[in-house]
Write a protein that binds this ligand. Structure first.
Ligand code: F6P
Length: 549
């Protein structure tokens, strides 16, 4: 039990409230830049290949100093060190939180319960590399001796979003002769669409589930097995060459009928949403090859090392975390947009939704007391230019404050034709123009100076002052992807530490699971569900009436 003062009663918190209510009541980016143009250079932090510009934020040196004092008072770095040391900082599940060990170098020593976990991490990575190599070379064949041409990952949440996102992100690095698909939804349409044009003899299923009890995954895996066995003439022995498992639960893997020799292990100190550089990344490793996968892990490690050792005022995850606290807690911002200007990052924000919202969507503190402050934001967004023609209107001229991260790359991927590469400057012109427009807007006088009719002036005015972070890298490589993900992982960590919540449990997903189990017999068999509320009972009755089968 912690006896530290409640967050909102800390003097450092009160100082931020005073700062907000005083000098920074109406901070204007136009004025902040006019008074201090050097902030454009000063508010930039570099980590690995990332250049992170936070100059277009509603902050001054004093704001930053006060935010850093809050970080010190809430002992963010103490908790960080405990995490890296393998202490059980996931208090409600009594577990260590060691996804950083998944990208530790071979020679590192990280102990859990007195045992160095690094050799086991590398043993699994080596086993994955061996298997990925055999699938890619055609040495690992299907039951009939045909080469594997299709890989279908079946998993959900952290056992899907990471590899699915990274596969899209790194398409230019993938073996284009392989078809790689991701099935997560228990809606049978997902598996149907993923398999309808595939030859079972050429298809490998990767069943990814930390617990191996998740109903969506086990249901889809069971249907995939039926599809495969039926497609291969009913021979159950085919399963051995077409199914592998990624899990912490060898017993359940074996109960399902997958030989544990074909299981790639990870450990309970790896949270689901932090797992994709564990065995959960196998589908990605098959797609991009072991070397690129290791390059990606190196990228994660660059940011881990930075987070561990960079001074507070130049520590990128710390600064981004603090900026999020600044808006969420002192400006009442409810959401945070992540807007990548890269088609390849089309699933990046969806990945971050689980990372951030499952981690920090909490309303009790680490001791179980209700929090009296806002915690994690709603994270949302899609690739930039598409958003510009959809929801940017609201960011520019709506009534809400929506801090946003803009992520862009100086160079397009090599694979594009020269003509398509030439489009990149246009893409990036939009990237730069948007943060400029959001920050500085357009005043009524500027609108009038263009000869706009007076009655339209309010409509064409942009208040500006919308805060953004710009993350720029030379190109999207496996290492850069690893750096970006680790940046957000640690940002989420920082915020959870300040809010004093457990960022590593996810009890909020349990109730729905339990109720679904209870309701299902009512749908399939019309069984009575004791204690069903009247609204849900009426919906279930309507469903039964309309059901065709
Ligand atoms: O949604 C809850 C959750 O437990 C996530 O945290 C996790 O990533 C997902 O379900 C899948 O769990 P598993 O890998 O055990 O199938």
């Amino acid at each position: 039990m912690s006896d530290s003062p409640k967050l909102t009663r800390r003097p450092e918190w009160v100082a931020l409230e005073d700062h907000r209510a005083g000098g920074l009541l109406h901070p204007r980016l136009r004025e902040l830049f006019a008074a201090d143009p050097a902030r454009a250079e000063r508010y930039v932090v570099r980590v690995g290949d990332l250049r992170i510009d936070y100059s277009k934020h509603l902050i001054t040196d004093e704001t930053l100093a006060l935010l850093l004092e809050l970080a010190t008072a809430t002992d963010v770095f103490g908790l960080r060190d405990a995490m890296f040391r393998g202490e059980r900082i996931n208090v409600t599940e009594d577990r260590a939180v060691l996804h950083t060990a998944l990208r530790a170098p071979r020679e590192a020593v990280i102990e859990v319960e007195g045992e160095n976990v690094v050799p086991a991490v590398h043993a699994v990575l080596d086993k994955m590399a061996d298997f990925a190599g055999r699938v890619r070379s055609g040495e690992w064949t299907g039951h009939t001796g045909k080469r594997i041409k299709n890989v279908v990952n079946i998993g959900i949440g952290g056992s899907d979003l990471g590899p699915a996102m990274a596969y899209e992100a790194l398409r230019a690095f993938t073996d284009r002769d392989l078809t790689v698909r991701f099935v997560s939804n228990v809606d049978g349409a997902d598996l149907h669409e993923a398999t309808r044009d595939l030859d079972p003899a050429e298809t490998l299923f990767i069943i990814a589930s930390k617990t191996f009890t998740t109903i969506e995954t086990i249901t889809n895996a069971t249907s995939a097995r039926s599809w495969l066995v039926a497609g291969l003439g009913g021979d159950e022995k085919a399963v051995a060459k077409h199914f592998v498992a990624l899990s912490t639960n060898a017993g359940k893997v074996s109960d399902f009928g997958i030989d544990t020799a074909n299981m790639f292990e990870f450990w309970d100190w790896v949270g689901g949403r932090y797992s994709f550089d564990s065995a959960i990344g196998l589908s990605l490793m098959i797609a991009i090859g072991p070397d690129s996968f290791r390059e990606m892990l190196d990228g994660f490690r660059i940011v881990d090392e930075h987070f561990k050792s960079a001074p507070a005022e130049a520590n990128a995850p710390l600064l981004l975390g603090l900026l999020g606290v600044w808006y969420g807690n002192f400006f009442d911002a409810q959401s945070h947009a992540v807007l990548p200007y890269s088609h390849y990052l089309s699933k990046f924000t969806a990945y971050l939704q689980q990372l951030d919202m499952e981690s920090n969507g909490k309303s009790v503190d680490r001791d179980g007391h209700p929090v009296e402050w806002q915690t994690g934001p709603v994270v949302w967004g899609t690739p930039g230019t598409n958003g510009q023609h959809a929801y940017y209107q609201l960011i520019h001229q709506g009534t809400k404050l929506i801090p946003a991260d803009f992520i862009g790359f100086v160079n397009p991927v090599d694979e594009l034709s020269d003509e398509l590469k030439d489009q990149h400057d246009l893409l990036m012109a939009n990237f730069f123009a948007q943060t400029q427009a959001l920050a500085f807007g357009k005043t009524p006088d500027e609108v009038r100076a263009e000869g706009v009719a007076e009655e339209l002036v309010p409509h064409k005015t942009f208040k500006g002052n919308h805060p953004t972070t710009t993350v720029l890298a030379s190109e999207l490589t496996p290492s850069v992807l690893g750096q970006l993900i680790a940046l957000y992982e640690h940002k989420v960590f920082v915020q959870g530490a300040i809010w004093n919540i457990d960022s590593f449990d996810q009890w909020g997903v349990e109730l729905g699971k339990v109720l679904a189990k209870r309701v299902e017999p009512a749908l399939t068999e019309g069984a009575d569900v004791p204690g069903l509320d009247p609204s849900t009972a009426a919906l279930v009755a309507a469903y039964r009436t309309l059901r065709k089968k």
